[in-house]
Structure formats: structure tokens, C-alpha cells
Design a protein around this ligand. Structure first.
Ligand code: FES
Ligand SMILES: [Fe+2]
Length: 356
């Protein structure tokens, strides 16, 4: 008989699965790229709510509930006429405040015939909507970052990727850059020097905010990377990777190539990658870029980023399936601490909205 004591792996943390994270509502959410919202009706689900968006002839963005209150037709499948939405089913017309202003078959309009209108803001690349109590909407609560706008940089909106996974799984993914060495093998290859999975990370925590920084010394950009950052191939530089998360929905990843002798910033790429819950088990990953160097061909850039982000989509969808089919729980290690802190921050935002 084998009398040896079995070795049992002792998890550092066993925590609730990220796939079940709830979203707070009394905050600003990115609902679309600025350029996506125009004089065509755009439908999108955010925080479980179906939204219809458009821009008035004055340029002002509008966000309304997508459900017609008469019989639930989708207003995003309807028509925009003189800044009003004419429902595609029986023709009721709603203005940009959501008020019904015309019913084809009668002259009186019941007071209850209206759609919900969401407070809206525009900032950086994005259109934002306040998804909770409109009385609490406050423009001062929009996240602020030095990286949202850099003068003389080239800005471009790249893509929106829907994912079948809880938004927290995407925050976890973005907060744990060790996956870059494996899921995106070759993307940050540093040939025997500091590796992104092993290099020390500096972390700062603030109110609904986490910033991380990793410095890869002696980084020698080559091939596609040198071309992308438009720096000399093989020249040793400091590659600094910064992430900024403003919860619940904004993530910015900054890649800097720095001259190690002079500290001069040679090249900077700012990727804003909002994390937007669509429903409890689906989210969107938006992507916009701002660079110190001129934009290369947009199609090539979109293809490059889409292929990277599709690898993340795959991992996130596996995690969601795993949680749904087995219930988890996850077994976490030291590197997960930052992601777990983010879960607690978001959970605290949700808790703070509950009545006492
Ligand atoms: S469902 Fe919209 S007018 Fe009837
Ligand atoms: Fe990734």
C-alpha cells in the first residue's frame, strides 16, 4: 500500500468566477466610437439595455431605448426623419428626448407613450451614455487621462469586436499582460532579455483606477514591430508598457520606445481599448489608436489588431464557457492579484448602488 501523503496544490486564492461579474449603472459607459454615430440609426446593447443612437442635424448625439413602447419594434430598424425616429411598425414618431410627437391614427398622445432617453457625452474618440439614474449623471465623472488626447498625434478608430464573455474577463485579460508571451506569441519578443511574463511590474491603485507599468530593457525592435513603431531595426531601446484602467469601462494601453541614454521618447502608441458590457455574458472590445508616428495603411493596421484581438476573444469565450459549464471556481496565483483587485473595485461600485 502506498502510504505517501499526496501533494495537494494549495491555491493562493479561490475567488468567485469573473464570468459572473455584475456591472454598475451609475457611471458613464462608452457606447460607440464618435464616427460610428451619424445620421443613420445605430442599434447596440449596453449593460443589458437595447439602445438606438444617432446624431441630430445640429451634430448632437442622441441615445434612446431601442424598443418602441407600442409593440416593441426596434427603433434602430426604423427611419430617421427630421431628427425624429419614425417607428417602422405602425409609424409612431419619437423626438430626440424620447417623447412621442405623432401617432398616425389619432391626435391625442398618451403621456406614457415615450421611450427612455439616456444622458450623453462626447469625449476622446467616444460617445458615452449614463446607464443609470439620469438624475445622477455628472460630466465631472467622465474618466480623465493624459493619454486621451496627445497634440499632434495621429488618431484613428479601428474596430469594435463583440465577445461572448463577461466584461470582467476582458478586464482580467488586459490587466494580465503575461498572456502576451503565450496567447500572442512573438508580439513582444525580447530575445533572452527581460520578458513580459517575467519582468517586474509596478502597480498604482486609485479610486476605480489601476495603472501598471513594465519596463523591458535592451529591447531590440525588429521586423513588423520596428516597422509599426517606425524606429530603426535592432537598435536597443527601453520598451515601456503602461496600462491604465478607469473602471468600469475604459482601458488604455501605452507602448513607448525610449532611448536608454537620453530618455527621449522615440515612438509612442496609445491604444484605447474600452471594455463595454453588452449583457451578463457578452461584451464589446473597442479599439482606437493614437500614435506619435504617421498612420500606416489603415486596412493593414485593422487586420493586424483584429488578428491579435481575435486571439483574446477566443481565450475569453473559453473562460466563459468553462464557467457556464463547470461553475469554476478559478484557482488564482500571485500574478492575478491586480485583476482580482479590479473585480473588487467593480463589485464595490455595484454594491454602492444597492439601497441600504
Ligand atoms: S410598434 Fe412602434 S408604432 Fe407600433
Ligand atoms: Fe491580448
Amino acid at each position: 500500500m502506498n502510504t505517501q501523503t499526496p501533494i495537494i496544490a494549495r491555491p493562493l486564492h479561490v475567488v468567485p468566477n469573473a464570468a459572473n461579474q455584475e456591472y454598475p449603472r451609475n457611471c458613464w459607459y462608452i457606447v460607440a466610437g464618435r464616427d460610428e454615430v451619424g445620421e443613420k440609426l445605430l442599434g447596440r446593447q449596453v449593460c443589458g439595455d437595447r439602445l438606438v443612437m444617432y446624431r441630430k442635424s445640429t451634430g448632437e448625439p442622441v441615445v434612446l431605448s431601442d424598443w418602441c413602447p407600442h409593440r416593441g419594434f426596434k427603433l434602430s430598424e426604423s427611419r430617421l426623419v427630421n431628427d425624429n425616429v419614425v417607428c417602422g411598425y405602425h409609424g409612431m414618431t419619437f423626438n430626440s428626448d424620447g417623447k412621442c410627437v405623432h401617432i398616425p391614427s389619432q391626435s391625442t398622445i398618451p403621456n406614457v407613450m415615450k421611450v427612455r432617453s439616456y444622458p450623453v457625452a462626447e469625449k476622446s474618440f467616444w460617445v458615452w451614455a449614463w446607464m443609470g439614474d439620469p438624475e445622477k449623471a455628472d460630466l465631472d465623472l467622465l474618466p480623465e487621462s493624459e493619454f486621451f488626447h496627445r497634440p499632434n498625434y495621429e488618431d484613428r478608430y479601428l474596430a469594435i469586436l463583440p465577445m461572448n464573455g463577461n466584461f470582467q474577463l476582458l478586464h482580467d485579460n488586459l490587466l494580465d499582460a503575461t498572456h502576451v508571451s503565450y496567447l500572442h506569441e512573438g508580439l513582444v519578443d525580447n530575445e533572452g532579455e527581460d520578458d513580459i511574463a517575467t519582468v517586474k511590474m509596478k502597480v498604482d491603485y486609485g479610486k476605480n483606477f489601476i495603472r501598471t507599468q513594465r519596463d523591458l530593457h535592451n529591447y531590440r525592435p525588429k521586423g513588423d514591430v520596428a516597422q509599426m513603431f517606425q524606429v530603426e531595426e535592432g537598435r536597443p531601446v527601453l520598451r515601456r508598457l503602461i496600462t491604465e484602467h478607469h473602471f468600469p469601462c475604459t482601458c488604455v494601453i501605452i507602448n513607448q520606445l525610449i532611448d536608454p541614454e537620453t530618455d527621449e521618447l522615440l515612438s509612442e502608441q496609445i491604444a484605447t481599448l474600452p471594455v463595454v458590457p453588452a449583457s451578463p455574458d457578452a461584451c464589446y472590445h473597442f479599439a482606437a489608436l493614437s500614435t506619435s508616428y504617421p498612420a500606416p495603411q489603415l486596412e493593414a493596421e485593422i487586420a493586424f489588431y483584429s488578428s491579435i484581438l481575435s486571439q483574446d476573444t477566443c481565450a475569453i469565450e473559453y473562460s466563459q464557457q468553462w464557467a457556464d459549464e463547470t461553475g469554476g471556481p478559478e484557482i488564482s496565483i500571485r500574478q492575478d492579484e491586480v485583476a482580482i483587485r479590479s473585480r473588487r473595485m467593480i463589485a464595490e461600485m455595484v454594491r454602492a448602488e444597492q439601497p441600504d
